[in-house]
Design a protein around this ligand. Sequence first.
Ligand code: PLP
Length: 393
Amino acid sequence: MRRVYLDHNATTPLAPEVLRAMTPYLTEEFGNASSIHSVGQRARAGVEQARSQVAALLGAREKEIVFTSGGTEADNMAIRGVVGASERARKHIVTSAIEHHAVLNTCQALEAEGVSVTYVPVSSGGVVDPEDVRRAITPDTVLITLMHANNELGTVQPIAEIAALARERKIPFHTDAVQSAGKLPLDVKELGVDLLSLSAHKIYGPKGVGVLYIRRNLPLKPLFFGGHHERDRRAGTENVAGIVGLGAAAELAAAHFEAEGKRIAALRDELERRLLERVPQAGLNGDRARRTPNTTNLYFDFAEGEPLVIALDLKGVAVSTGAACSSGAVEPSHVLTAIGLAPERARASLRFSLGRSTTREDIDYVCEVLPGVVEHLRELSPLYSKTGSIAAR
Ligand code: PLP
């Protein structure tokens, strides 16, 4: 059976170049990067090379790069770090309703600790209006955190515009760029951000390693206390092999994202067009123009997302109903409800996220098998009618 992996927003396979770069650090170069002997210093050299590779991807200084255990830690560190460093008596955060749970749940935890949070809404296309952010700012606002690209819809937020607004008011601005890295240009100066999160496993690197970019001189309270690693910003012995893998993945992303983006967008557009031609009562969720080149999110009214994922898996096709981290939950996706979808339509939606290994044959195969799978599930639905549709909320 053919196997087609269209879930690159959940995770990507390790690039062969990344594995090659990591292998020595999993074997003979096992040193602790803090040791002063030569075994340690060779490990240190690997970490520092990765730091310059990541800095190059982001247009940042090497000293502004802090390695973490992934995107989740980078988001937690940015948000808790800025809030913890602020000496204000009352603290307020502005974020959006469509953030990843790494951001949303950190904000919710801070609410329980007395911080107030505004979750700005998004348009039906899944995009934040900078005016809504401007209106949400109060004299107590200590941080604005907004994702660059959304993991479920791929929609891209007007980060530079909102960062300029934050800078005018001297409010630190953080962006979660986990889903835009390797897909869009990511220059911290052009974006105008103070903090930016990345994760290696979304850019063909290993799992369990990420980065927080911290603009020079920005006060940040550490999450962990321990040794003096990462210039006292992130205690813990460095994951040398993982960091080296992230560096190699960042270099590949910088070299290939433009050409790859065009190729992948053409395949994604074709997949979308052919599926929507062949499957009635289906449509696109989110803004068509403002999104990452690899993502499409489609609804198939009267076909439940979870059974669809399972039925497609039996045909060898891996897709997702939304954020991988929330699969298993029965609640419809918070992102799809935030753009105004009725819960039934949100539950009847699938995310297809293409990647480096996606071919035209993969797209042909999905277009061949998916219409029949949807039709079969619809036949089982007591609510299905060939003429009806699920209205927006
Ligand atoms: N932020 C976004 C937008 C994501 O898509 C993810 C992963 O799904 C994360 C953060 C979490 O990153 P990690 O898996 O490295 O903890």
